[in-house]
Design a protein around this ligand. Structure first.
Ligand code: FE
Ligand code: FE
Ligand code: ZN
Length: 277
């Protein structure tokens, strides 16, 4: 079975997101843990969690994916900005324990003018502070397009972070198809080659989720603008190969395409029609 969902608004709580997912034939979803600009998170209601747990159990959901606010930067040169990001992630991970054993994705960060090495070391230092032995959540580093001074533009950078973190059994990777294509990994013409490279550098056992997005920009553009499935430079045929690849087909796929709920429903329908059990 294709495990697939899309990005949903968290404003009405967990049970509401689960119901929305079911309404579009999804068995998972992604959501922002709080306003993407940062700020305080909504209180978690025990009743909402109870209802959510019941729904996901009855409907055989796979792991859900929480996304950290994309404005935090745990490798900022500014200590206050760094601390804000670290505190936000610590708080998010505490809240994630209301829904244990799921996934939490974040953007590694932007080094701005500090250089990649300094940036990577700050990310390692931050993760060594954030991760706790008792947490049940797996924290995913997202592969980035390499726009500006983004870290995570190559598998080597991600691997370097993982290697530096003490509790790295808590770490995994979320591969974003738009980002890796924009970063110069040719998943259209050489999917096997890209996956072999991922395996060689990071290890495919670290790959825990896929962000499935088409790209508005050409290969290796380092841009990061998502497009609807089939309408961008990656194209539907490549996505059919991606969801059916033996090394990927059992992972959860999350759409972050420019869509409302009905557009997501349509993309899920098309992908399911093209999925070979
Ligand atoms: Fe992201
Ligand atoms: Fe993404
Ligand atoms: Zn993106």
């Amino acid at each position: 079975m294709l495990n697939i969902g899309c990005h949903l608004s968290a404003s009405k709580g967990y049970a509401h997101m689960a119901k929305e997912a079911i309404s579009i034939n999804a068995n998972t979803f992604q959501f922002f843990t709080r306003n993407p600009r940062g700020g305080t998170a909504k209180d978690i209601s025990e009743k909402d969690i109870e209802e959510f747990n019941k729904i996901v159990k009855e409907n055989n959901f796979t792991k859900i994916l929480a996304h950290a606010p994309y404005t935090i930067n745990i490798c900022s040169a500014n200590e206050d900005t760094r601390k804000f990001g670290i505190d936000t992630m610590k708080d998010d991970l505490q809240r994630m324990e209301y829904t244990p054993n799921n996934l939490y994705n974040f953007h590694p960060g932007s080094h701005v003018n500090q250089g990649v090495e300094v940036g990577i070391n700050l990310i390692i230092e931050a993760l060594n502070d954030i991760l706790k032995p008792e947490q049940t959540t797996t924290v995913l580093l997202e592969t980035m397009a390499g726009k500006g001074s983004e870290i995570g533009r190559s598998f080597e950078e991600i691997k370097q972070i993982i290697d530096g973190v003490k509790l790295n059994e808590k770490l995994g990777v979320c591969l974003d198809t738009c980002h890796v294509y924009d970063a110069g990994y040719d998943i259209v013409n050489d999917l096997d080659g890209v996956l072999n490279k991922f395996d060689e550098v990071i290890g495919l056992d670290r790959l825990k989720a896929i962000h499935i997005n088409d790209s508005k920009n050409p290969f290796s553009s380092h841009k990061d603008r998502h497009e609807k499935i089939g309408d961008g430079s990656i194209g539907l045929e490549a996505f059919v190969r991606i969801i059916n690849h033996p090394k990927l087909k059992d992972l959860p796929f999350f759409l972050e395409t420019p869509n409302e709920l009905d557009g997501y429903a349509n993309e899920i329908k098309i992908l399911k029609e093209n999925y070979k059990e």
